[in-house]
Design a protein around this ligand. Structure first.
Ligand code: FUB
Length: 340
């Protein structure tokens, strides 16, 4: 279960970065890695891909995941420990299917696993499950978080001890069905020359189980201060939100979906607005691109996935990691990890 046993090795090339990257986990398919440093180790909270036989469509029905595993490691080159299955859809009273990208947070010695799944009406909601250990197992709340919707929760702890959830995804992630504030069967995408649909942010309640406020829009602006537009597929938010801080600035990173980049924008506080800056990770093998960024032992790492281990099957992905580097001005060096 270590990178050493991976059968393939690839070389990545960019103007500035050149690294060989192997799947971290080779006996399961894993994706959407949310990495955190807990108890002095890197803990990984990924999706657990498997072949469910559901045909591929634009709504992502083929991503039909049903449980989560947690992994830990002392270094990105070292042994990866699989802590086993930590939550199963069967053990979540309200959830029916499609356990998509999760995230985790720690507060006062309790660990919280946040996960999206479809309820019995086929609507994505956000669940929370608790554990006394970062390695789980996790026990889910009876109901989804009140007022939650869409996918890809990312929970960020600010320096004042507040926790925020960033979330949302379009197309199969259903953000376009919530533009009125209530769920609609009808998709509502803004016109190509109108501001793009936004990711959401909500402060979490003290007990970490609910939103403490109505979710707000995350604005991504261009260098002139104008909103990124729906038609700007290379830059607009699609899914996979993540936030980290570096030298006092807030970095909001995300997938551009159908243009397959991990892009980023920089702001001065958790709510933004964020100014679009560039691409962190170019498209990888497979349709989806999803990442997390974490500092560990004085270095910064990008965790991501691709479909190299499955020979390119888009719904059977594998988690990878590589070092992330900043330029002197705080911008991030673009990484190209496409299998060559
Ligand atoms: O893994 C299912 C979905 O694919 C995630 O929620 C998205 O971010 C994309 O990676």
């Amino acid at each position: 279960n270590t990178g050493d046993s991976a059968e393939e090795s690839i070389t990545t090339k960019t103007e500035e970065v050149d690294v060989s990257i192997k799947p971290l986990i080779t006996d399961l398919y894993t994706a959407d890695p949310s990495a955190h440093v807990f108890e002095g180790k890197i803990y990984l909270y990924p999706s657990h891909d498997y072949e469910s036989g559901i045909p591929e469509d634009d709504l992502g029905s083929h991503f039909n995941m049903k449980d989560y595993h947690v992994f830990s490691m002392d270094s990105i080159e070292g042994k990866v420990t699989d802590h086993g299955k930590v939550l199963d859809v069967e053990d979540v009273a309200w959830a029916e299917r499609q356990m998509w990208a999760p995230d985790a947070a720690e507060k006062n010695g309790t660990y919280y696993l946040y996960f999206p799944a479809k309820d019995e009406k086929g609507i994505f909601r956000m669940g929370v499950a608790k554990s006394s250990s970062p390695a789980g197992p996790f026990s889910a709340e009876e109901k989804p978080m009140k007022g939650s919707f869409s996918i890809d929760p990312a929970v960020f702890k600010d320096k004042d001890g507040s926790y925020y959830m960033y979330f949302g995804g379009i197309w199969g992630g259903q953000l376009q069905k919530w533009t009125s504030g209530a769920y609609s069967e009808v998709d509502d995408y803004p016109a190509n020359d109108a501001p793009a649909l936004s990711a959401k942010i909500a402060k979490l309640s003290d007990n970490m189980l609910e939103f403490a406020e109505t979710p707000k829009d995350i604005k991504i602006l261009d260098k002139e201060g104008k909103p990124i537009l729906t038609g700007d597929n290379e830059k607009r938010f699609f899914e996979a939100a993540w936030v980290h801080t570096y030298q006092g600035k807030y970095y909001f990173s995300y997938s551009t979906g159908d243009t397959h980049n991990i892009a980023y924008a920089i702001g001065d506080n958790p709510y933004g607005p964020f100014t679009y800056e560039g691409v962190i990770l170019k498209p990888v093998l497979g349709w989806t691109n999803h990442h997390s960024i974490v500092e560990y032992k004085g270095k910064w790492y990008l965790f991501f996935h691709d479909s190299s281990l499955s020979g390119g099957q888009t719904h059977l992905r594998s988690v990878k990691a590589t070092e992330l580097q900043y330029n002197n001005d705080g911008t991030i060096k673009t990484i190209d990890a496409m299998v060559s």
